[in-house]
Ligand binder design. Structure first.
Ligand code: CP3
Length: 343
């Protein structure tokens, strides 16, 4: 069923639970490492032919129910005026972190066609290659998660500088959030126009905030993106990690599907979220390295807990890690697809 994933997003009946993996393309696959040996990560992202090739690798190898565009949440930073690189072993490095009002004012609210056209070209090419057999997910980073990289200058353990701006310079913070919201809103609309069948908003690090702060500093901005996208009728997945205390607020902010990580039992998440939204998740990525017997039981446990969901898309609670065995990924796809038959 080509649209099993889209049907689950829309809470329509499906033959079996659809499955895809965050970071399903990447270093754990030999095919990806072979291409990465010849090109930097940014080269792969900026060349539509290479991005198409990488996007298709896990679709062909693992028979997942959705493809996800090969790109990175940080790509909009460059045309906005904040260039960066992926440094070996360090992750992203922003050349000039943005930490004051003047720097926020200098950021450009770009149109995706100027500066991110290569992503839109990749989407068109991927849709052609997928030939209607598998739906394509587009994505963008959410304002808080993008701001955390821009302000800290790279990855962070406590988001100290980010929260310093948020608490001490609320007007500057709101200006930054507003600029990101508008860029992300335009970018996701453009991805949908280019052919994305669904989009995911990655608010990966927002779980570092209390519900009170989420409601005051984040929710209005995320909501301005998601409420606007809902009008397209294209499914929108709203994802974060460490969000056990934030799920209801995330639902209020918007999205057709709420991503849940492994820290929250899926049945509890479903009870809290209700049946007017679908859920995605929520296997711990490190279980892919556990013995098959345990991995299989944990997959089945999630499927049992999802029984009351109006729509469920199986996924990890966060991305696949680089030292994952690709056979474990295939095992989980088969386990999910054969669940009804085995039950
Ligand atoms: O999921 C997919 O297969 C699509 C591709 C994708 C990438 N990044 C490619 C990538 C997606 C969806 C992302 C999103 C992304 N990027 C997020 C949100 C998702 C999450 O994990 O929470 C974040 C926070 C980033 C920023 C980012 N990009 C970091 C922190 C790093 C370095 C960490 C690392 O693993 O080295 C990246 C690099 C990156 N983006 C890789 C890939 C496949 C690493 C691979 C490489 O260096 O070749």
């Amino acid at each position: 069923m080509w649209d099993r994933f889209l049907r689950a997003c829309r809470r329509e009946p499906v033959d079996v639970t659809p499955i895809w993996f965050m970071r399903q393309a990447g270093r754990y696959m030999a095919e990806y490492r072979a291409l990465r040996a010849k090109h930097t990560l940014l080269e792969l992202c900026k060349n539509p032919e290479l991005a198409t090739q990488v996007t298709l690798q896990p679709v062909n190898a693992h028979k997942v129910d959705a493809a996800i565009l090969f790109a990175d949440i940080l790509l909009p930073l460059e045309p906005m005026g904040a260039p960066f690189e992926f440094a070996k072993g360090e992750g992203p490095v922003i050349h000039h972190p943005v930490r004051d009002r003047a720097a926020v004012e200098r950021l450009r609210v770009i149109d995706p066609e100027e500066g991110l056209g290569y992503v839109l070209d990749a989407i068109k090419m991927i849709r052609k290659e997928l030939d209607g057999k598998t739906p394509l997910i587009g994505f963008a980073g959410a304002p808080f998660t993008l701001a955390s990289y821009l302000i800290e200058g790279g990855k962070s353990s406590n988001y100290a500088l980010t929260k310093r701006m948020m608490y001490n310079e609320p007007a500057t913070w709101n200006l930054l959030m507003s600029k990101f919201s508008e860029v992300v809103r335009r970018y996701l609309h453009a991805q949908i126009k280019a052919g994305a069948n669904a989009v995911q908003l990655f608010d990966s690090w927002v779980g570092s905030l209390s519900p009170t702060d989420y409601e005051e500093y984040i929710l209005p901005h995320v909501s301005s993106i998601l409420k606007d996208l809902e009008q397209t009728g294209v499914p929108v997945i709203h994802f974060g990690t460490d969000t056990a205390t934030l799920l209801e607020l995330q639902k209020r902010a918007g999205g057709t599907v709420i991503g849940v990580d492994w820290r929250t039992p899926l049945d509890q998440a479903i009870t809290r979220l209700g049946t007017d939204v679908a859920v995605q998740g929520n296997l711990d990525p490190l279980l892919l390295g556990a013995p098959r017997e345990l991995l299989g039981r944990r997959v089945d446990d999630i499927l049992q807990r999802a029984a009351g969901a109006a729509g469920h898309i199986f996924n990890l609670g966060h991305g696949i890690l680089p030292d994952t065995d690709p056979d474990a990924v295939k095992f989980v796809v088969d386990r999910v697809h054969s669940y009804q038959k085995r039950a």
